[in-house]
Design a protein around this ligand. Structure first.
Ligand code: GLP
Length: 242
């Protein structure tokens, strides 16, 4: 695992965007695993800007997002499909049909999970998976638990995650209690993973996840075993790495 410490959020975003852009240039038909949350916003803005300048194209790219809240449809501004359309997909030349976000309103959620894994497999697997980091060490919506979940599955969100994500809703009561997420097995099967974390409030979990013991109680810790993992943090998030 490579840990890169950037001066600040802007530099962190640039380094992460460069990793993705190198892949887009060397493998224009790559499969990208994408993430939501506040942390990747800067790098998505960099990708959009470089697309606008003609430096990169997404026209042959396929994407799979990590997760989606159960019960939220594609047009819900709090949903992750909406987030991805607004911050990346609608601003670049990716084909709509090549972008995938789990269907949080699927009638049969178990079938949706199985279908999602099959689509990833049929696409040839994920070349690079982008990840943010939850305060409790979650990746996607894989919450701390007793064992590492393998495939895409439905999870009950922890109060820590509901409270952290309530800033994007009118109140904590409105945050869905369940989500669909790629499993740890799905994430670990990606050929490369790229983690971004920023800010003082992530410093303790960055240390625990990447220098502490590997345990399903800190889901991101499994990434220490990934053969090609890069973690890009800003100085604040790195402040407890010694
Ligand atoms: C959410 C998402 C995660 C994301 C995490 C951190 O719970 N499901 O994929 O990594 O939040 O978000 P942020 O970057 O806003 O701290």
């Amino acid at each position: 695992m490579r840990i890169v410490v950037a001066d600040d959020y802007k530099a962190m975003s640039r380094i992460a965007a460069d990793e993705i852009e190198e892949l887009l240039l060397s493998e224009p038909q790559c499969v990208l695993g994408l993430a939501t949350g506040s942390t990747p916003l800067g790098l998505y803005a960099d990708l959009v800007s470089d697309f606008e300048q003609g430096k990169i194209s997404f026209k042959d790219v396929t994407t799979f997002n990590l997760d989606e809240y159960c019960g939220l449809g594609d047009d819900n501004p709090q949903g992750y499909r909406y987030f991805m359309n607004a911050n990346l997909f609608d601003k670049v030349d990716v084909k709509g049909a090549s972008t995938h976000v789990p269907q949080g309103r699927a009638g049969d959620l178990e079938a949706e999970c199985a279908k999602y894994d099959k689509m990833i497999e049929d696409a040839g697997g994920i070349d690079l998976q982008l990840l943010g980091l939850g305060h409790n060490g979650h990746i996607g919506f894989n919450e701390p638990c007793d064992e590492f979940p393998k495939g895409t599955h439905v999870v009950d969100l922890t109060m820590s995650t509901i409270n952290a994500n309530s800033r994007l809703f009118d109140s904590a009561e409105e945050v869905p209690r369940q989500a669909i997420t790629m499993g740890i097995g799905t994430i670990m099967a990606a050929r490369r993973v790229l983690v971004v974390a920023s800010g003082k409030d992530k410093a303790a979990i960055v240390r625990k996840a990447f220098l502490g013991p590997v345990t399903p109680e800190v889901p991101a810790s499994i990434l220490q075993f990934h053969p090609d993992a890069m973690v890009v943090v800003d100085e604040e998030a790195a402040s407890e790495l010694v």
